[in-house]
Design a protein around this ligand. Structure first.
Ligand code: 5GP
Length: 189
């Protein structure tokens, strides 16, 4: 997605060899118009799939999940992150190691928001090691529902997430794919 590449080139900040900061348009301040275009692009890329619901993870996935959901006319559910594991029979739950925070969170979603008949599109902002995306797919599997696709705004292809997602057999669509960061510059695939 050319527009997104230009935005990353103009405003993205490479923090070290593996972390990209995009808080001026995606992770803190949100470029609403760009979010709408991202939603339209995801809807186009998954046009061949039957989708009944979008699943994302709080908080950075919510904006893009919402704009995609508006185009697809389906609801959005976001999984919550919590540090303490309080046993609950009403929740689907899995552990996800956070690439940015370097800590493990329990990620949960209320059982009543995922049905066996659901066909779920998973959406997230970044794909690094695949923990978040594959964790969300586990929640879908716990519900007996089907993950029909995984949509990622920014894939860092030099990290193992994309390969893991492909190896697990999911239909992955990443709007931009980053080959490497060199001297503070972003190199796209
Ligand atoms: P993964 O679970 O695939 O290892 O990492 C994806 C998650 O970590 C995303 O939900 C995202 O919030 C965060 N993340 C991973 N890499 C980056 C990055 O380079 N920049 C930012 N802002 N977030 C990242």
């Amino acid at each position: 997605m050319e527009l997104l590449k230009q935005k990353i080139k103009a405003e993205g900040r490479v923090l070290n060899n593996s972390l990209l900061k995009v808080d001026s348009f995606l992770n803190q301040q949100i470029d609403a118009e760009l979010m709408v275009k991202i939603g339209e692009e995801f809807a186009r890329r998954f046009a061949g799939e039957t989708i009944t619901k979008i699943l994302t993870i709080e908080s950075s996935g919510i904006a893009v999940a919402l704009t995609t959901a508006i185009v697809l006319k389906v609801p959005v559910v976001f999984a919550r992150k919590r540090k303490t594991a309080i046993e609950s029979t009403d929740l689907y739950s899995t552990n996800v190691y956070s690439f940015t925070k370097k800590e493990t969170n329990e990620v949960t979603v209320a059982k009543r928001f995922l049905a066996e008949t659901d066909k779920i599109l998973i959406i997230d902002d970044f794909l690094a090691n695949g923990e978040a995306a594959l964790g969300l797919a586990k929640l879908v599997a716990q519900a007996g529902a089907e993950t029909v696709g995984i949509g990622i705004v920014i894939e860092k292809s030099f990290q193992p997430g994309a390969e893991k997602v492909a190896a697990a057999g999911y239909h992955l669509e990443s709007l931009v794919r980053i080959k490497s960061f060199t001297n503070g510059q972003v190199d796209f695939l």
